[in-house]
Design a protein around this ligand. Structure first.
Ligand SMILES: [Zn+2]
Length: 174
């Protein structure tokens, strides 16, 4: 069975999204109209350490959920939500994806990966095609101030990241 099918079949029946191959590999697409502010999904996966984010298993599938916590790849429960520099969704709390504007049925669901990146030296390339495309995805603190403020205002910058930014603390002991 293809990975696309496997993930699709692991989803709950009434999931607001489906998984298919899109422009940027596997992605999540709205299975119906999703209203701004609506919860779309909760990311679930094993808790891993920073060192584990470098392993082959988790390398391309983790995201940061706390100053020193990362969520790794969840086999079959993977939610391949791609990045966009002009996203239609964002993360609240540390693992819940919500729509930050109305999303049409069939539209790809995306969030800005920088909103969960802090003290992570990984630099990703972006080719999302939006007019706002930054071409490079780095930690939140490197975002243009205007963009940082926009995400803060919408409420899609996790609390742990906001606190870290405020304190200016780096966690070199990861
Ligand atoms: Zn982009």
């Amino acid at each position: 069975m293809s990975l696309e099918k496997e993930i699709q079949e692991s989803l709950p029946k009434h999931a607001k999204f489906y998984v298919k191959n899109g422009m940027h590999g596997l992605g999540c697409f709205a299975s119906r109209f999703i209203r701004k502010g609506e919860r779309i999904m909760v990311f679930k996966g094993p808790l891993i350490t920073y060192a584990q984010t470098k392993t082959k298993e988790h390398k391309d599938h983790y995201f940061q959920i706390g100053p020193k916590s990362f969520q790794g790849k969840a086999p079959l429960r993977r939610r391949p939500v791609n990045h966009s520099c002009n996203p239609n969704a964002g993360i609240i709390g540390s693992e819940t994806l919500i729509a930050i504007r109305n999303i049409k049925k069939g539209e790809e669901i995306t969030f800005d990966y920088s909103t969960t990146m802090y003290n992570d030296s990984v630099i990703l390339r972006c080719n999302c095609g939006s007019r706002q495309c930054r071409h490079i995805i780095k930690e939140f603190r490197y975002l243009p101030e205007k963009t940082q403020l926009k995400y803060m205002k919408i409420g899609v910058v996790p609390k742990w990241l906001r606190l870290r930014l405020k304190s200016g603390l780096r966690h070199d002991s990861l």
